[in-house]
Design a binder for this molecule. Structure first.
Ligand SMILES: CC(C)(COP(=O)(O)OP(=O)(O)OC[C@H]1O[C@@H](n2cnc3c(N)ncnc32)[C@H](O)[C@@H]1OP(=O)(O)O)[C@@H](O)C(=O)NCCC(=O)NCCS
Length: 197
């Protein structure tokens, strides 16, 4: 599945994805209990402009995402992952982590880091499979991956996700256009959202 950089105006779609996480998954994702919908909205609205949200989408919905934040002083990129419950165990988490490493390298990060609760076996397994070194602290696990400088391959990988995203958008646009034409030909009401670009 295509993983693309989510444009900033689309960040509410990322918030909708996070709000579909169960209470337990919110605890796993953010490392503490009692995360309410309002907290998620404020968290997403407060993300830095420079942060990246890499997202896998189905239609208009984000079904899996990586939030990547680069510290400009340490050049450590921190990543947080989330996958809709009904989309798990299909490799999306691993794909997101791989893409996050590519985007982090392209921005000059020297290290990719993720923090999770030490009982988060899926995330620890995922990090290890991605070649990350995992250190356990009381209640918390910290996974780190040393990153090489960007090269033609990583730059090409990022460029190709952008190009595929453009093609995907055009395909969606053309599909909606045909829907409009068909609806107009039948004298029916246009499909919902049909006029949107
Ligand atoms: C962690 C998470 C992102 C993984 O997403 P995913 O799409 O299922 O990831 P993948 O399919 O690439 O890999 C999941 C792996 O974990 C394994 N796994 C799942 N549950 C497990 C468990 N309880 N113990 C050990 N391994 C487990 C799966 O078997 C799979 O390994 P495999 O590919 O060798 O079979 C997802 O579970 C999630 O969104 N969790 C809630 C939020 C969270 O915990 N985020 C991480 C903290 S930032």
């Amino acid at each position: 599945m295509l993983i693309r950089r989510l444009p900033r105006p689309d960040r509410p779609r990322y918030a909708r994805h996070l709000k579909r996480l169960s209470e337990e998954d919110r605890r796993r994702r953010f490392g503490r209990a009692g995360i309410e919908d309002g907290w998620i909205d404020a968290h997403v609205a407060g993300l830095s402009e420079d942060d990246l949200i890499l997202a896998a989408c189905r239609g208009d919905e984000v079904i899996a995402a990586a939030h990547l934040a680069l510290d400009p002083t340490s050049f450590i990129a921190e990543v947080g992952l989330s996958v809709d419950e009904d989309q798990r165990a299909g490799g999306l988490g691993a794909d997101l982590l791989r893409q996050a490493a590519v985007f982090a390298r392209n921005r000059g990060a020297g290290q990719l880091m993720t923090l999770c609760l030490s009982d988060n076996r899926a995330m620890v397994a995922l990090a290890r499979r991605a070649g990350m070194a995992v250190a356990f602290h009381p209640g918390e696990a910290e996974a780190r991956l040393e990153l090489d400088p960007p090269d033609a391959l990583t730059l090409g990988q990022e460029m190709s996700t952008g190009l595929f995203a453009v093609f995907e958008d055009w395909a969606g646009l053309i599909e909606r256009y045909h829907g409009l034409i068909a609806a107009a030909a039948q004298g029916a009401a246009p499909p919902p959202g049909g006029a949107k670009g």
